[in-house]
Design a protein. Structure first.
Lengths: 278, 354
């Protein structure tokens, strides 16, 4: 067998393997979407059907009329966007400073930042809850944000990128040429960190979008729910309304999938940039 | 007038003193090379002049102004870094116009001076490219262009050619020199390569371990080094050193193996010294006269012959201007031009002036 044929055969085997992995990953998703179009009766049938026999939009109509699903999505979107902006801004600034201004006091602060990463959020969630309550921020996006303004991993990620890809001479050349420190940050450092910042933005957005524990303890009013909390609400103490839950989940997936499709390139670029040296 | 004056400059990083009182002066419009082995403090001096590091003590004057406490951007200097420090996200034109943009120069004027400078440097076609699309030599030119565009009082270069291949280095050496002839801007050029220093500079400052060893014109350093270090550092291939002894009143000196060499200018010396012989001052003699040395290797370049030979237990280098067919292990005679021979004090390394 020639080398070329061998390569072709191994490529084919890789394709087959990838195909089955894809199916395995996609099947639950397909089931979920299919369930959203099934009647409650078909839902409970055994054996389960893959495709709905009598597709219906009733589930969607019920979900959108009986729950503020759009409102929840908006809440989640606002929370995730603001958290993303805050995390990108704080990580960029703090990561740059700890990377390029290595004074002892700054190093100490950086180590403190890192140590917060090993304390699980759940440990200080309750004290934080009382703080937020005292401030009167329960049931609001402000209250939600308080736990999601800074990400120590983000600071670390940006610091590593600054060290790897922004040589001191670049900043020194700018200083000699008359640039101020803030100008250097906005015009030289930020553009060079586009890749990692985009990756961090995606990460931060979905961290907030999928947050559950913190929203569910700070949000008690139905209209203030995020989508995660709202979906959990379908599983009441007595029943699980599976077809409604499926319809709501399918509707919620639309913006997530859209966002991923739009940001996919940034995401891949960001991952590549973090290991790349120009 | 942009003379630069450095007076008793000291720099400590933490408790470690790196520069131990450096002084030299650079006349207006001169091209000065700071040369010395890696780690001797050349870059540190440049960074102190540029204001990138704080001066521990001493004084730097540019023109007639002490600039110790002046911010970098107000020192009116431009610096070219070894790795070029071009902004990767800006085009060549944006890189070159960067400083003028910060000075709020009108756009039209920036475009014009960028274009003129680029044309002068032969990179007029590259203005819309990004640094990563350029070759090493082109990046080097852009870095120079960025410095030239702002018409500073002083250029600072930190080993600007060391990332280029040998051939390009020789070419850029000539171009840099030509640029200086044309602009006549006071220039301080740091290099560890003594050939660059010798060929480009009006004045060479030789440094070692945070001290200035000697300041002088290139050929003066070659002919009249103050000590063994400068003698060994300047010149390629490097000077040979041999232990010798002399007695007062004797016109000849004695090598460690007893061979004798006539150096009448050192007749009045007495004691042990180090003899310095430049490889190009050795001549082969066909008869049995001269110093006898055993050939260890023989490299012919066509125009010259580079020999390694064992003389009195020391491997010396001889650079002959003629072809010389000899074999390893043979013993040959070499004569020395007495005017080119130098003696150094064994303890201090200082050159003995006859
Ligand atoms: N920021 C710094 N902190 C501590 N030591 C430094 C720093 N910069 C330079 N040095 C030390 O100062 C000495 C001279 O360095 P440098 O001026 O870069 O040498 P050169 O340019 O001649 O090779 C070296 O021993 C180096 O380790
Ligand atoms: Mg250096």
């Amino acid at each position: 067998m020639s080398a070329k044929a061998r390569t072709r055969r191994s490529n084919f085997l890789i394709d087959v393997a990838l195909f089955f992995i894809c199916v395995a990953l996609l099947l639950p998703l397909i089931m979920l979407i299919a369930n959203a179009f099934k009647t409650p009766a078909e839902m409970l049938q055994w054996p389960p059907t893959l495709l709905p026999r009598n597709p219906t939009l009733d589930n969607f109509v019920t979900v959108f009329t009986e729950t503020p699903l759009l409102r929840w999505m908006f809440n989640s979107f606002a929370f995730a966007s603001l958290s993303m902006i805050a995390i990108v801004a704080t990580s960029a600034l703090a990561g740059y400073i700890v990377a390029k201004f290595p004074f002892r006091s700054i190093n100490v602060i950086f180590i403190l930042f890192l140590t917060t990463a090993i304390i699980p959020f759940e440990v200080y969630m309750i004290p934080l809850y009382f703080q937020v309550k005292a401030l009167g921020f329960l049931n609001s996006i402000t209250g939600l944000l308080i736990g999601y303004l800074v990400m120590s991993f983000g600071i670390f990620l940006i610091r590593q990128n600054v060290i790897a890809s922004i040589p001191d001479e670049l900043l020194e050349a700018a200083r000699i040429d008359g640039a101020g420190e803030f100008w250097i940050f906005t015009h030289i450092v930020l553009p060079l960190l586009r890749g990692p910042l985009a990756a961090l933005a995606v990460l931060a957005f979905f961290q907030a979008w999928t947050a559950f524990a913190w929203p569910i303890i700070t949000l008690t009013r139905k209209t203030a729910f995020t989508i995660e909390v709202g979906l959990a609400n379908f599983q009441s103490a007595y029943t699980v309304e599976l077809s409604l839950l499926s319809a709501a989940s399918a509707a919620v997936m639309v913006p997530s999938v859209l966002a991923f499709v739009l940001l996919r390139r940034n995401f891949v670029e960001g991952i590549a940039a973090s290991g790349m040296k120009e | 007038m942009t003379q630069v004056e450095i007076k008793d400059l000291r720099k400590s990083f933490g408790a470690v003193e790196t520069l131990h009182g450096v002084s030299f002066e650079i006349p207006d419009g001169a091209f000065v090379a700071l040369v010395g082995p890696s780690g001797c403090g050349k870059s540190t001096i440049l960074r102190l002049i540029a204001g990138l590091e704080e001066i521990t003590s001493g004084e730097v004057r540019i023109g007639d102004k002490v600039i110790n406490d002046v911010e970098s951007k107000n020192r009116d200097i431009a610096m070219v870094f070894q790795n070029y420090a071009l902004y990767p996200h800006m085009t060549v034109a944006q890189n070159m116009g960067f400083s003028l943009r910060l000075l709020k120069t009108p756009k039209k004027e920036i475009a014009r001076s960028v274009k003129d400078t680029a044309t002068m440097l032969g990179i007029g076609e590259l203005l819309d490219r990004y640094p990563k699309q350029l070759s090493g030599g082109q990046r080097q030119r852009v870095a120079m262009g960025r410095a030239i565009v702002r018409q500073p009082q002083v250029f600072l270069f930190d080993e600007p050619l060391s990332n280029l291949d040998a051939k390009l280095r020789v070419q850029m050496r000539a171009e840099l020199k030509a640029m200086h002839q044309r602009l006549r801007t006071t220039t301080i050029y740091v290099t560890h390569d003594q050939i660059e220093a010798m060929t480009m500079a009006d004045i060479v400052v030789v440094m070692r371990d945070g001290h200035v060893e000697q300041v002088g014109r290139p050929l003066d350093l070659y002919d009249h080094p103050v000590n063994r270090f400068v003698a060994g550092f300047i010149g390629s291939p490097a000077m040979n050193f041999l232990p010798v002894s002399t007695t007062r009143g004797d016109a000849e000196i004695t090598l460690s193996d007893g061979q004798r060499l006539s150096l009448p200018q050192f007749r009045d010396l007495d004691g042990d010294f180090e003899l310095g012989l430049r490889p190009e001052h050795l001549r082969h003699t066909p008869d049995d006269a001269g110093l006898r040395a055993t050939i260890e290797s023989n490299e012919q370049t066509g125009s010259e012959t580079l020999l390694q030979a064992n003389l009195a237990g020391v491997t010396i280098t001889a650079l002959l201007r003629e072809r010389f067919d000899c074999h390893v292990g043979e013993t040959h005679g070499f004569t020395v031009d007495p005017a080119g021979a130098q003696l150094f004090d064994c303890a201090t390394g200082a050159r003995i002036v006859p």
